[in-house]
Design a protein around this ligand. Structure first.
Ligand SMILES: [Zn+2]
Ligand SMILES: [Zn+2]
Length: 334
């Protein structure tokens, strides 16, 4: 079972009531963080998932709204008592970026193992999640991530009994080993079900929709995707700035047969994302507009189930950011 927590829904800069859109994934207590913009640790702290078990960070690309929160977070994780190495994944250049950010975060109690990935690469997170990446289409190299957890085949005790396998040997068969019973070999396949569907999560941000991403995300239980622009009329801007509209992200989820979609990375100029929700829902109904504290659970038996905010008192949808946006110089989202 995998728990997913959205730490924010913003793009470009953190705003009051709108943290940048990083995602935390928890599996058996092990945490993986997907992107880390400025202020990510502040949002994180509200949800009490702890910092010490941050075993992995996956970076989509090196724009500041996805990496600038790292040095402060490194200190916090170190202060939380972590001594085990932390694994960091990202596109080419990640080693240099981390090295640069470490200039202001030198003394940490844990080591870092940085792995640069190319589109098509696969890797395994410390939690056992299987990662796969493909290139996106942004102004700088960007990776889209998919994480899978395989499910072991089920054990059929009735079958084992009818074959006369003593209970003491069931474990071996479950582990995929063959056993001998009265001179006859029993194969694991005789007492196990067919392979069963696992669970999966996709993270797509700062990219145009591409065929490669659609293929990689095929059948994911939950797709977390950027929707930098809500208004269909801004599609041209989405094309030139290499982002997506709500409608485009929803089409991606639909075409990839995703189970559910979380929209995030709302452009700082989008005052009220709810206003445009319909543009996504027209195309893909199981969509949720992201907010800090949005939580979901993906389990073998149920697939994706929304779990609501982990902290109902403090997690709320951002209100209209009118006054805030007035202070932000118009620029292109990163
Ligand atoms: Zn970007
Ligand atoms: Zn961005």
């Amino acid at each position: 079972m995998m728990d997913v927590l959205l730490l924010g829904n913003g793009a470009m800069v953190p705003l009051p009531g709108r943290w940048l859109s990083s995602v935390l994934v928890r599996l058996d207590g092990s945490l993986a963080l997907l992107d880390c913009g400025e202020g990510t640790q502040v949002s994180w702290r509200r949800f009490h998932w702890g910092f010490k078990r941050l075993d992995a960070i996956c970076l989509t690309h090196h724009h500041a709204d996805h990496v600038a929160g790292l040095p402060g977070l490194f200190h916090t994780v170190s202060n939380a008592g972590r001594t085990e190495p932390m694994h960091i994944y990202g596109p080419p250049g990640t080693i240099e970026v981390i090295k640069g950010l470490r200039v202001i975060a030198q003394w940490l109690a844990f080591d870092m193992i940085v792995q640069e990935l190319e589109g098509g690469d696969t890797f395994e997170l410390p939690s056992g999640l299987q990662g796969r990446v493909t290139w996106g289409d942004h102004r700088i190299p960007v990776l889209a991530y998919r994480f899978d957890l395989a499910r072991a085949p089920g054990f059929l005790p009735d079958r084992a009994e009818s074959l006369g396998v003593p209970r003491t040997k069931w474990k071996l068969l479950q582990r995929g080993e063959r056993v001998e019973v009265d001179g006859r070999i029993v194969e694991p396949g005789e007492v196990l079900t067919e392979s069963r569907r696992g669970i999966s999560l996709g993270m797509v941000t700062d990219t145009r929709p591409t065929d490669g991403i659609r293929d990689l995300m095929h059948g994911v239980d939950l797709l977390v995707s950027e929707g930098t622009y809500g208004d269909d009329a801004e599609e041209e801007k989405a094309v030139s700035h290499k982002h997506m509209t709500f409608r485009e992200a929803a089409a991606l989820a639909h075409e990839a047969h995703a189970g559910a979609l979380w929209l995030t990375h709302f452009g700082a100029g989008m005052e009220n994302p709810r206003q445009w929700e319909r543009n996504a829902r027209d195309v893909f109904t199981n969509v949720e507009l992201g907010y800090a504290g949005l939580t979901g659970r993906i389990s073998f038996d149920e697939g994706y189930v929304p779990a609501g905010p982990t902290d109902r008192d403090t997690a709320s949808l951002p209100e209209s950011a009118d006054s805030i946006n007035a202070e932000i110089a118009p620029g292109s989202p990163t």
